[in-house]
Structure formats: C-alpha cells, structure tokens
Design a binder for this molecule. Structure first.
Ligand SMILES: Nc1ncnc2c1ncn2[C@@H]1O[C@H](COP(=O)(O)OP(=O)(O)OP(=O)(O)O)[C@@H](O)[C@H]1O
Length: 319
C-alpha cells in the first residue's frame, strides 16, 4: 500500500500559486524527501495533504484514506505524526505541561523513549526555550503517540550537529521498525544521508521524483587530477565535462571538472599522461541540485537543455 498519494493536487492562495498539479506517491516503509528552494511549495503541499488547507483542485490519500472526507481524514490522522516548520507551541506553559496535554489528546506510547534522544528542559516555560530546545520538544510531541507515518517540515532546523545526528538515528530506527517518513529539507547533505527518494519541487510544480542514488548518478563525478607536465585545456574539454578548471604550476597541470560522459574516453585521456594525483567522487547533491534545478530557465525532468535536445525522450516538462 502507498502511505501517501496525490493526484493533481493544487492549492492557490487567491491568485498566488502554492502548488499546482502535484502528483506523487510515498511508499510504505520509505523515507521520502521534498527538496526545493524557499517558496517552492513544500509546506503548502504538506498542509494540503494533511487537510489543514483546502485544495483548489486534485485529490490526496493518506494511508489509503481520502483526505477530502472528514471521517477518513480523522482515521488517517490518528496514525500520522506531523512536525510543522513552525510548531507554534504555547510559550506560557512548561514543556512538562504540554507533554501531558498532548498525551491526553493523542496518546502517549513513547515519550520516555523520545525524551532520551531529544531532551528539552521540561520544567521550564516554553517561552524561555532556545530554538533547538523548542524543536526537540516539538519532535517529542509530534511522535509520542507512535504514528505509522511521520510528516516533517524541516525537521532538523535549529538542531545542533549532535542533535541532528540523534534525529538521523531516530529516523533510521523508525524506518527499521516499518514506519514511513515524508520530510522536507534544505539540508541536501542530510537528505542524501537519510532519504531513499526525493521529489524536487520548484515554483509549485513537482519537477522530478527519483532515488537519491539515481540523482547522484545523474549528477556524475567530480574529477580532480594533477599531471607531471603541462596539459592543454582542450584535452579535457570532453563531452560530459562541465565546470572545467585548469591550473598550471611549476611545470605541472591540475584539472578539475564534473563528469557525466563516457568513462573509457576519460580514462584514455588520463592515461595519455603521467598522473601525479587523482580524485574521483560523487558530485555533492548541492551541485546536482543547482545544476539541474537552480536559477535560470526551467529545465525538463532529465536536466538537459531543451534547445539542444533532439530525441523525444526528454520526459514531461512539468515546471
Ligand atoms: N498564507 C499564504 N497566503 C498567500 N500566499 C502564500 C501563503 N502561504 C504560502 N504562500 C505562497 O505559496 C508559495 C509556496 O509557499 P510555501 O510556504 O509552501 O513554500 P516552501 O517551499 O515551504 O518555502 P520555505 O522553504 O521557504 O518554507 C509561495 O509563493 C508563498 O509566498
């Protein structure tokens, strides 16, 4: 069964497009990440999906329940935990009090366990909390009823690296025990670490859904090499080499570029010279993201430039 499904989900705020014609599925047991720049529509998609916003068009199902039906939505939400980007907690009461309140409202299966991972100062008023402590309390409140589906809008915002790692640990544990997670993030390295698949959202449209592995494969390799002689720039101006940088120093040449071309061609070119140093690694997800979906004219789902595209396999231009 799919944990989340949307068909043409659309939300306009008056004339302002929040999301338009967004269709995707999150499978049970996976971690699915929504990636996109500020204002892309990530929060709108989540809140519409969870029934907090009334869609302008399209449909959505949570754990098999149609969210447009209030009874079905209620049944679904008993099994969903939602961490909003701004939890808006009551600042005038202590964490302990909120914990009791949420426990009475939605159930408390595991606050003790979560408080060992995330340890906000429960005896203090929430208004006195640091941002990170608020986020930790919000994480405990959102998931203390042990939901099957975890929906999280920027879950690690405000957390220090140690707490971020605890969050990653929590996520790994949840998935190992059969839960499903749907999150949005700006922290691409973290998405790379935690998500199985990502949906890339831009200007309210879902531009692409693919596995993190495929996204990285498509992003190619960052190749850096140093040779024991001068090498002409043209030698590495190969098909599939981007962002080529060449530096000459003390009779040696260093080249660095991102490569999505043919490996045999690259290897042949490298072995034409004596290589003093070589480094080949996955392009960081940030670079992949910027290259395919950064500012500038919108591109089709495969990231190639439509102007130079000859075949008809470009995929649908959704944005
Ligand atoms: N209440 C609102 N009224 C009018 N426009 C809104 C409202 N909420 C969001 N929008 C607009 O909808 C679009 C999508 O916003 P949304 O908050 O969903 O993006 P986001 O991807 O979550 O951004 P961020 O990463 O900055 O949180 C933006 O153009 C935004 O200005």
């Amino acid at each position: 069964m799919t944990a989340i499904r949307t068909e043409g989900l659309t939300k306009f705020y008056g004339d302002v497009r929040g999301i338009e014609d967004v269709s995707f599925e999150v499978r049970e047991g996976e971690v699915f990440g929504f990636l996109g720049p500020n204002g892309a529509g990530k929060t709108t998609a989540m809140r519409t999906l969870l029934g907090f916003l009334k869609p302008t068009g399209g449909e959505a199902w949570l754990l098999g329940h149609d969210v447009s039906d209030p009874d079905e939505l209620r049944a679904a939400k008993a099994r969903v935990g939602y961490l909003p980007s701004d939890p808006g907690l009551d600042e005038g009461v202590t964490g302990k009090r909120l914990l009791r309140y949420y426990g009475a409202l939605q159930g408390d299966e595991r606050s003790d366990e979560l408080l060992e991972l995330f340890d906000p100062p429960l005896d203090r008023k929430v208004g006195e909390y640091s941002r990170g402590n608020k986020q930790m309390l919000a994480l405990v409140l959102a998931f203390m009823h042990d939901p099957d589906l975890l929906v999280m809008d920027e879950p690690t915002s405000g957390l220090d690296p140690l707490k971020q790692e605890r969050f990653n640990e929590f996520l790994r544990h949840e998935v190992a025990s059969g839960k499903t997670a749907f999150l949005s993030s700006h922290v691409l390295s973290e998405v790379q670490k935690t998500c199985d698949r990502v949906g890339i959202i831009r200007n309210g449209h879902l531009a692409e859904v693919e596995t993190v592995d495929d996204l990285l494969t498509r992003g190619g390799k960052v190749v850096t090499a140093r040779f024991d002689e001068r090498v002409a720039r043209e030698e590495f101006d190969l098909p599939g080499a981007d962002d080529l940088r060449v530096t000459d120093e003390d009779g040696t040449t260093s080249v660095s570029f991102t490569f999505t071309g043919n490996y045999d061609t690259l290897l042949a070119r490298l072995t034409d010279h004596t290589v003093l140093d070589l480094d080949v690694r996955d392009a960081p997800l940030e670079d992949v993201f910027m290259r395919f979906y950064g500012e500038g004219p919108e591109r089709p789902a495969n990231g190639r430039d439509p102007a130079t595209e000859e075949t008809g396999d470009a995929g649908e231009v959704t944005a």
